[in-house]
Structures are given as structure tokens and as C-alpha cells.
Design a protein around this ligand. Structure first.
Ligand SMILES: *Cc1c(COP(=O)(O)O)cnc(C)c1O
Length: 393
């Protein structure tokens, strides 16, 4: 059997001849209030840093995720950077992250003058492996004045930042236990995981709400979009208030005076983007509904093919299935993967491989790392499938 051809055929079978081009995820505004809300926003004149849509959007995210405090931000990267800063990450510190992620996870650390330190992943949900995390901490850390240091580099280890990859909830409850034991702040990169949750002792917790802070992205390719945008989630009022203050130039509230009490950022989501966001979050549950149906269609369609597996959510987890992902079995998958990609792109099915591991990018080649065998093994065999809900809705 010719696997590249077979994969093409099965994807085409699923969507009939309805689509000329198939992308991994495309935004959609049809049957939404997008135009209405944008028009209202423009006509009000309040399109920039403040206005009622930002508050409305934050309230809706808070209701949907259960996070007590939500700060809408200009993008996910700035929200990650601010989260790390608020949790105490300072220049020359190290932050522990998995290498299988979008580059923003590492860049947010670098933007603060700190350094990423890579921890291996686990194969089920492709997120940071709790066992690898603890093993690495035992291997390299030492405590001095109750501060944790990497004894190889002398740098402070100041936070852990796991990622919920492709919307699959990672082993975040286990990671939180380790962070508590080692007294390390936990920031969740939940950029891809709006609508994903974990069942912990019969309580459903939204991704991003387990750690001290969680971050969501509303970039154009995410499950819902504000054009560009992000949000910082927390249940801690001190953290929430500080994040809001530092993302709005640290200006003290006053009718006319411009008094700023420290150096800070201008990183809030503009009102016009928030108006679009409100129209999008109104459709979130609908999008997730169709993403999940699509996932089950892929499962059924590829079940009899031994060479591939459609990655499923872990037990006690609910994924938004932002990007459905096919995993190749077999020993040397890279050549086959590239043939599958080439063949699909020829038919305008724009499949994507997973990211090149962050530790293999030029700026992170010399970064600290534990053993990364699992991440190396997985990254060669993952292919993201067309996953827009409107393919079947
Ligand atoms: C999209 C994404 C980000 C960054 O979000 P932006 O809004 O694009 O800045 C960070 N981490 C992950 C895992 C992402 O997928």
C-alpha cells in the first residue's frame, strides 16, 4: 500500500469534494455577531486601549474557564512574558519548559533576559513529562537560602512552564504536585487549549487554571480569534491585579494625572479586538462540538491503518481538539512523513509536521536540557490534520 496516497484518499473521503484547499485551522466568522459588534465598537469611537468590550470579553472568558481574574492582552507571547515576570522570573534565571512547542514559549523567557531549560515530554498527550521534570530537578538543582539553583550553571531556577500541545491537556495535576514540593511557580502555556479541561477528583478544571497563571492565545489560527490577542488567567487576586497594572503602563487610576509607579508595558487588548473576541467566544462551544465530531470521524477513518494513529485525549481529560494529529509508527518515519506532506500539498491538503524542537533552533542550541529522547522520537512522526470545525458544520 502507498501510505501517502491512502492518507490523501481518506482525507478527501471525509470532506467529499466540498473543499478546494484544506488548511489545518482557519478562522470563521459566519453566522456570528462579528460585523454587528465591530460596527457598534467603531461607531462608539472606543477602538483602542479601553472600552466596554474588553471588560465584556474578560468576563466571558472568566465564566467559560472558571478563572477568577482574566487580563486580556495584545497576544499570547506578551501574556506569557508578563506571567513569568509576575511570578518573579528575572534576567539570567532559568525556566523549565518542554521542547515540543511553538517558539513563543521559549521566546517569552528570552524576552525577559532569562534562559529556557528543556525537559522531556511524555508520549500520551505530548506535554512535559512529570517524571522527567522531577528527575532533572534531582539531578541538577541545589537549594541555597531556600532558593533553587541549577548547580551546573549557578543560575536560579525560577519557574516551570508546561504546554498543552494541540489542545490536549498535559499531565498538569502531576506537574503541579512536583512544583508544590519544590516550591516552584507554575505557569501554564494553554495558548492552544481554550475549552480543554481536566477532571481532578470529580472536579472539572479548565486548562490554564491549575497553575499559578495560565495563558491563552487568540491568534488567527487558534480555536477562537481576536485578530491577535491573548489572555492571562489566574485565581489569585494579587497576581491578577499586578498583571493588569503592569500591562497598562503601571499607571495609577486618576482622572487627569499620569503617574506611573514603575517601568511597565503597553500590552492590553484593544477594544476593537475584544469586540471581535466577544462574537467568537459566543461560538466557542459550537466550534468545540464540531472539532470533537471531526476527531471521531478521523478515528473511525484511520482505525484499520496499522501504520498510523490519531492521537486521543488522555483519560480524565477533555481536549478541544484544536489540531487533530496523526502519529506515524515505524522505525524511520521522517522520510515517509515528508512524502506524505509533499503528496498532500500537491492536492492542496496543507498538512503540517509538528514544530522543529525548540532545542534544535539556532538561538536555543546551547540551552540547558535533560535527556530529550521522547521529544526527539515524537517530533519526527507527528502530522497535523485539517481541523477547522466548518469542514463539517
Ligand atoms: C500560539 C501560541 C503561543 C503564542 O501566542 P501568540 O498569540 O501567537 O503570541 C504560545 N504558545 C503556544 C504553544 C502557541 O501555540
Amino acid at each position: 500500500m502507498n501510505l501517502p496516497k491512502e492518507i490523501n484518499k481518506r482525507i478527501k473521503d471525509l470532506f467529499g469534494q466540498n473543499f478546494e484547499e484544506l488548511y489545518t485551522h482557519e478562522p470563521s466568522f459566519s453566522e456570528s455577531n462579528a460585523s454587528k459588534y465591530l460596527k457598534e465598537c467603531i461607531e462608539s469611537g472606543w477602538v483602542s486601549n479601553s472600552g466596554p468590550w474588553v471588560n465584556k470579553f474578560e468576563k466571558l472568558i472568566s465564566e467559560r474557564t472558571g478563572a477568577k481574574y482574566v487580563v486580556a492582552m495584545s497576544n499570547g507571547t506578551s501574556a506569557l512574558r508578563l506571567s513569568l515576570h509576575v511570578m518573579g522570573v528575572r534576567p539570567n534565571d532559568e525556566v523549565l519548559i518542554p521542547p515540543l512547542s511553538f517558539v513563543a514559549t521559549a521566546n517569552a523567557i528570552s524576552h525577559l533576559g532569562a534562559e529556557p531549560h528543556f525537559i522531556d515530554i511524555e508520549p500520551k498527550a505530548l506535554g512535559m513529562c512529570p517524571l522527567a521534570l522531577e528527575k532533572r530537578l534531582i539531578e541538577i538543582s541545589e537549594r541555597n537560602d531556600n532558593i533553587l539553583f541549577n548547580k551546573k550553571t549557578g543560575r536560579k531556577i525560577s519557574a516551570v512552564m508546561p504546554v498543552h500541545v494541540f489542545g490536549l491537556p498535559s499531565k498538569i495535576v502531576e506537574i503541579k504536585k512536583i512544583c508544590e514540593k519544590w516550591n516552584l511557580p507554575l505557569v501554564e502555556d494553554a495558548a492552544e487549549a481554550l475549552g480543554s479541561s481536566i477532571l481532578n477528583k470529580s472536579t472539572k478544571i479548565h486548562c490554564g487554571c491549575v497553575g499559578d497563571i495560565g495563558v491563552i492565545s487568540f491568534n488567527g489560527n487558534k480555536i477562537i480569534t481576536t485578530g491577535g490577542g491573548g489572555a492571562l488567567l489566574t485565581n489569585n487576586s494579587t497576581i491578577g491585579q499586578l498583571a493588569k497594572h503592569l500591562s497598562t503602563t503601571a499607571k495609577l487610576v486618576h482622572p487627569w494625572e499620569f503617574f506611573h509607579d514603575q517601568v511597565a508595558w503597553n500590552d492590553r487588548l484593544p477594544n476593537i479586538n475584544a469586540a471581535l473576541g466577544v462574537s467568537q467566544i459566543e461560538q466557542l462551544d459550537n466550534k468545540i462540538h464540531f472539532k470533537r465530531i471531526l476527531h471521531h470521524k478521523y478515528q473511525a477513518k484511520f482505525r484499520d491503518l496499522n501504520e498510523v494513529e490519531i492521537i486521543n485525549e488522555d483519560k480524565n481529560c477533555e481536549s478541544n481538539y484544536w489540531l487533530n494529529t496523526l502519529r506515524l509508527s515505524g522505525k524511520e518515519p521522517e522520510k515517509l512523513r515528508d512524502e506524505i506532506l509533499k503528496n498532500a500539498h500537491k492536492s492542496k491538503i496543507y498538512l503540517r509536521p509538528s514544530w522543529i524542537l525548540l532545542n534544535q533552533l539556532p538561538m536555543y542550541l546551547n540551552s540547558q536540557r535533560g535527556n530529550l529522547d521522547e521529544a526527539t522520537y515524537q517530533s519526527k512522526r507527528l502530522i497535523n490534520l485539517p481541523s477547522s470545525p466548518q469542514l463539517i458544520s
